[in-house]
Design a protein around this ligand. Structure first.
Ligand code: F6R
Length: 621
């Protein structure tokens, strides 16, 4: 979850940028940098580690080979800054932002991903560009440079027209000083308006100490900032009229990005988190690359004869969804085990087994114990976690990181969808290594996975009012039943857990086909039943289960796939997810259930960020 800040005005810019970055620290980062425009030169300082490392570098750290003192003394009043959470390319100074073109005249800070960077980079290199980082973001600086003819706005517009992906960036140029030009494609970017000074950032806290007058940049828009004003543009150059809005957030609200809770904010961050988790691993287009720093030796992956997933709670559900993907695509048997049970039954595990510990915190005692036991018995152990340096990363032979950024709400939301994404990626990589999918199908699925962040953006744009209406109707119910089949069953389990933990409503989740073997006795005209009825080969069977539910007078809330009108005939209410390959739909289907649980819990007046009796990390055995 990277952070952007930019300033153009009359004050010394370095401290404004640093303070802005400090206020974005809560998003998590592993390196940072700033570039400032002073005396016909752009000066740039980047550093790995926390912001004090950057500050030291700016103010001179005693290393005479890298004197940086000038940056602090020059009267620069235009600049950009960035905190980076490594996704594409290692954590290194070269990969930290700002990035710049070959002649060091254009500097950019970028959040998100440029999906078509491979072809752009090849073309730019052919044209003579010299790249200095491994990032996708650097192409933006070079691309703008190729179009730069003294007018930064025109150059950015031309460059933007060629970029594909899920990103926001801010650019500055030596040849058009005292101007910043930004663009937003899905990732957030917001303007702060001052007197003779303007700010731009990925989140309001970056400039809240200076101004509370903001202008929202919408998706697919550009912004031009100069000391005396701001202009918002469509990509075709049409100037937009956008009101200035006063925000009266306190610091806590600002940390939540204006959302009423961390949980809501984190649900809305899912598109960005997924983009970070998926993008560079699918850049090739016709396969998946997981041979990154800290990852498992690919030979060990390819040699696995069986997979055992060990995990707790929500992470266990991510494992369940992963099982369907891995078994279907890679034809490898997968068992998914509750970690707190696993070690007590003297499990049969050893060489040839790949044991995957899924744990967002990387510190859950039961999951760690299960991983250790498997390792002692000779299995290869892979950790899927969100936290660098966590215990799970040290107890495993290899690590695959989810890149969800910091999750503060106790209920796992964005870390869950990112765990599922990692399991999907793993399934595709295993299929590739084992030759179980032909290239055309693999390419189709990779394309689908790459598109998931866009699917989530689309879903978030449409879902909230419908979920709110449902929550308003059902928030006083005493019991919810969740039904699903195939991977939809794992979605049902996750939906039920989310509602129970944050709303304290009793829930149950069942394989829909099991209903007639007992749970059907629970149904009456007071019971809401959430059915996961997205595309799948078992959809017809789910539909007949929905009919059974309604025959008992209970009420069906169906999660459906857009365009499948028939489902509505068997449900009181439907929440539709965008259509994609049916095997990819479970990751989307969980999102309406997260939002529904949230809507119900807030109507019951509960603290969703910190449900009673629950802790974010469970480290006690
Ligand atoms: C539910 C939730 C928990 C965790 C579980 C495992 O919203 O957050 O069920 O999923 O405690 O935690 P990790 O993934 O950190 O091992």
């Amino acid at each position: 979850m990277c952070g952007i800040v930019g300033y153009v005005g009359h004050r010394q810019v370095q401290e404004i940028l640093l303070q802005g970055l400090r206020n974005l620290e809560y998003r998590g980062y592993d390196s940072a940098g700033i570039s400032v425009l002073a005396d016909g030169e752009i000066e740039s300082v980047r550093a790995v580690g926390n912001l004090s490392a950057l500050e030291q570098a700016i103010h001179g750290n005693g290393d005479s080979t890298r004197p940086s003192v000038a940056l602090a003394t020059r009267p620069a009043t235009t600049g950009i800054g960035h905190t980076r959470w490594a996704t594409h390319g290692r954590v290194s100074e070269e990969n930290a932002h700002p990035h710049f073109d070959t002649n060091d005249r254009i500097h950019v800070v970028v959040n998100g991903i440029v999906e078509n960077y491979v072809s752009l980079k090849a073309r730019l290199i052919e044209g003579g560009a010299r790249f200095s980082s491994e990032t996708d973001a650097e192409v933006i600086a070079h691309l703008i440079a190729t179009y730069m003819d003294g007018d930064l706005v025109a150059a950015v517009r031309r460059a933007y027209a060629e970029l594909e992906g899920h990103f926001a960036f801010v650019a500055m140029s030596l040849d058009d000083p005292d101007t910043l030009v930004g663009a937003r494609l899905e990732c957030p970017l917001i303007v702060g308006r001052g007197e003779g000074e303007q700010f731009v950032a990925s989140a309001v806290p970056a400039f809240m100490a200076h101004t509370r007058e903001v202008q929202y940049i919408e998706n697919d828009e550009l912004v031009v900032l100069r000391r005396d004003g701001v202009q918002l543009l469509r990509p075709d150059g049409t100037v937009l009229d956008r009101p200035i809005v006063h925000i009266d957030w306190d610091e806590e609200t600002a940390e939540k990005g204006g959302y009423e809770t961390f949980m809501l904010k984190e649900m809305y961050e899912q598109a960005d988190a997924l983009a970070d988790t998926i993008f560079d691993r699918t850049a090739r287009g016709d396969g998946v690359d997981l041979d990154e720093e800290g990852a498992l030796d690919e030979a060990l992956l390819g040699d696995a004869r069986r997979i055992v997933v060990v995990a707790c709670g929500t992470s266990f559900h991510a494992g369940l969804i992963g099982r369907y993907a891995i078994e279907t695509w890679a034809r490898l048997p997968v068992e998914v085990e509750i970690a707190s049970e696993y070690r007590y039954r003297d499990p049969i595990v050893g060489p040839g087994d790949l044991v995957i510990g899924i744990t967002q915190s990387g510190e859950t005692a039961d999951t760690l114990a299960a991983m250790r036991l498997a390792r002692e018995r000779g299995a290869t152990v892979l950790a899927v976690t969100n936290v660098r340096g966590s215990q799970a990363t040290r107890d495993a032979d290899g690590v695959l990181y989810t890149r969800a950024g910091l999750e503060i709400g106790v209920a796992a939301t964005k870390t869950f969808t990112c765990q599922v994404a990692v399991m999907l990626l793993l399934g595709l990589r295993l299929a590739e290594l084992r030759g179980t999918l032909d290239r055309a199908r693999l390419t189709e699925l990779v394309e689908g996975v790459k598109h998931l962040p866009h699917n989530v953006t689309e879903l978030m744009d449409t879902l909230k009012p419908q979920v709110d209406a449902l929550a308003e109707h059902w928030w006083q119910a005493n019991f919810f039943l969740y039904l699903g089949r195939h991977a939809g069953l794992a979605v049902a389990h996750e939906g039920a857990l989310k509602l129970k933990e944050i709303s304290y409503i009793s829930t149950d989740a069942y394989a829909a086909g099991e209903m007639k073997h007992g749970p059907i006795a629970l149904l009456d005209e007071m019971t809401p039943v959430v059915c996961v009825a997205t595309d799948s080969p078992v959809l017809e069977k789910v539909v007949s289960n929905m009919q059974e539910v309604r025959a008992r007078g209970a009420h069906v809330i169906a999660i459906t796939t857009a365009g499948n009108e028939e489902i509505a005939q068997h449900a009181e209410a439907t929440l539709a997810i965008p259509r994609t390959d049916w095997m990819l739909q479970p990751i989307l289907a969980v999102i309406p259930l997260q939002l529904l649980a949230y809507g119900i819990a807030v109507r019951r007046g509960l603290n969703v960020d910190q449900p009673r009796n629950l802790a974010k990390t469970v480290t006690v055995e």
